[in-house]
Design a protein around this ligand. Structure first.
Ligand SMILES: Cc1cc2nc3c(=O)[nH]c(=O)nc-3n(C[C@H](O)[C@H](O)[C@H](O)COP(=O)(O)OP(=O)(O)OC[C@H]3O[C@@H](n4cnc5c(N)ncnc54)[C@H](O)[C@@H]3O)c2cc1C
Length: 501
């Protein structure tokens, strides 16, 4: 008879730990499976990670969480995309919006029409045809609803306080039977023959036994790395940024419904507005910039008064050689890290959990299931990696040694293929349920200045004025629709005002 896992232990109570606990507790009956989460207040959490992508809506929905309640509790704002400033060239700005550009017509992709109109003299950038980008530029927001109007094209995510999100999910998980244990793990016990983890010994003297362990210990990777010895696939030759300095500041000016990423001398700076503060961080390569200079750049470019001293975090881009080894699954920073340029870490946590649940093993933890999981997560990391590298490699900037390095570095073949395909005739395909679909690649290709040499020959044969009129009416309809939406701040105030402690 099949035997089922009865004791699950999650080590770590950051976003990864509590997202795992919440998702598992929503699926498993505590009468049959016990879930214990161990965390240490003394060690604390990383305390950053404020921007998300639309997939988080599905995560919360699966848990049955009400959007307005979650937003109030986490001081969330809406995010319609990311504005990239100074990336392709100094002085440039483009938006990578959520949702597509325009409307595909007669079976042909919208951007092919846009390329044609551009050849005929259209000077509007492609983001003038994205409902999310147009609303961003007007600082407006409304839920897409179910209408056929251009508003229905909006896709969105959130900016929030990640510490409050973990707290919110803790309440959710504890209400569904998850037991939280406070304590610092001092020893990890393993079965002598198999090497499987059997228990965690805490500084409080308590021992926590389990059959399956989730390593959510952040960068320390206590179980997957230090205990099981799983190595790290280092991608820093493609993603040379290795340091972050983060600092919140007071709001100044309107509450924008998008993240801003501004390229700096040796990296970039984020600006993420929640309802109660603006999160800021400077990500840079320590090979190209001293820490003191990075701090000075960060502090000189805040919208409002700093609310704390900058906190420095070192990291290495890449992932574990295996995400699941023996009876241990790594979720979160212990599994790997790609800089937050496209806000993908929380998504990768979510994907790790949902793929695990989709493959939920019996107590024998079959090798083939682990293999499938590891292959899937590796593909996810590689696809996100390529998309992030694109922002660096497709730059025309030659004003600093860092940008010269990025412009000239070799890139993965998988990315090179995509760039060449697009450059040739504006073709782009998403493979294997890729996270970033066609609209995202198009937004960044064009935004970074990669312009196709030609476009679809069928579109080339269309009458010029018909193409122009279609595009004009789309652009004008979106512009007018955005003007009818409430401002972002007004919408938040009526829908989900922050509940302050
Ligand atoms: C600079 C930066 C910016 C980021 N920005 C974004 C963003 O905008 N969007 C996004 O999606 N993601 C972002 N991330 C990633 C995001 O912060 C993390 O993916 C997320 O917070 C998950 O962290 P974690 O739970 O894996 O680790 P942590 O938050 O570090 O939690 C680790 C947990 O393990 C516990 N622990 C560790 N060792 C022990 C021990 N010995 N005994 C007991 N407990 C232990 C700690 O107490 C803690 O509870 C960013 C990351 C960085 C570094």
């Amino acid at each position: 008879m099949t035997s089922y896992i009865k004791k699950i232990v999650i080590l770590g109570g950051g976003s990864a730990g509590w997202m795992t606990a919440a998702a598992l507790s929503s699926q498993l009956d505590p009468k049959f499976v016990s879930i214990t989460l161990v965390e240490s207040d003394q060690i604390g959490t990383i305390g950053v990670g404020e921007a998300t992508i639309p997939e988080i809506i599905n995560f919360n929905r699966h848990l049955g969480i009400r959007e307005d309640e979650f937003m109030k509790a986490t001081h969330a704002t809406f995010k319609l995309g990311i504005e990239f400033v100074d990336w392709g060239r100094k002085g440039d700005a483009y938006i990578h919006p959520f949702g597509g550009h325009g409307v595909d017509m007669n079976g042909y992709e919208f951007h092919q029409y846009w390329l044609r109109s551009r050849a005929d003299g259209n000077t509007h950038p492609i983001d003038a045809y994205s409902m999310s980008a147009v609303a961003s530029r007007q600082n407006r927001f409304d839920l897409p609803g179910t209408t056929n109007s251009p508003r229905g094209h909006i896709r969105y995510a959130y900016h929030f306080d990640a510490t409050l999100y973990a707290r919110f999910l803790r309440t959710y998980a504890e209400a569904r039977g998850v037991r939280r244990v406070e304590g610092k793990v001092e020893e990890v016990l393993q079965a002598p023959e198999s090497g499987d983890i059997t228990a965690l010994r805490l500084d409080t003297g308590e021992t926590i036994n389990g059959e399956l362990f989730f390593d959510c210990t952040g960068f320390s990777a206590l179980l997957i790395g230090k205990t099981l010895g799983v190595g790290y696939n280092d991608w820093s030759h493609w993603l040379p940024c290795d340091t972050a300095q983060a600092v919140p500041c007071a709001h100044a000016g309107p509450l924008l419904p998008y993240t801003r990423s501004t390229a700096r001398t040796a990296g970039w700076q984020w600006r993420i507005p929640t309802q109660t503060r603006t999160g800021n961080g400077h990500i840079y390569s320590s090979a190209f910039m001293e820490d003191d200079e990075a701090t000075a750049i960060l502090l000189a470019n805040l919208d409002g008064e700093a609310m704390a001293s900058p906190r420095q975090i070192r990291f290495k881009a890449g992932h574990r050689h295996a995400f699941w080894k023996k009876n241990c699954v790594a979720i979160g920073l212990s599994a790997g890290f790609l800089e937050p340029l496209e806000s993908t870490s929380i998504y990768l946590i979510q994907e790790g959990i949902s793929r695990f649940i989709a493959l939920f093993p019996d107590a024998s933890l079959p090798e083939v299931v682990r293999k499938e999981y590891n292959q899937h997560m590796q593909t996810e990391f590689e696809q996100v990696r390529d998309f992030i590298i694109l922002h660096y490699s497709a730059t025309e900037r030659d004003d600093t040694p860092f940008w010269n390095y990025c412009r000239n570095m070799s890139i993965p073949d998988s990315l090179n293929h995509k760039i060449e395909l697009f450059r040739t005739a504006g073709r782009t395909y998403a493979y294997r349920e890729e996270l970033f679909g066609r609209p995202s690649w198009i937004a960044v290709f064009l935004g970074q200045g990669i312009m196709p040499r030609s476009f679809d020959p069928v579109i080339a044969m269309l009458p010029s004025d018909a193409v122009r009129d279609s595009l004009d009416s789309m652009r004008q309809a979106m512009h007018a629709e955005a003007g009818r939406m409430p401002t972002h701040a007004a919408f938040l105030q009526s829908y989900c005002p922050a509940v302050r402690a």
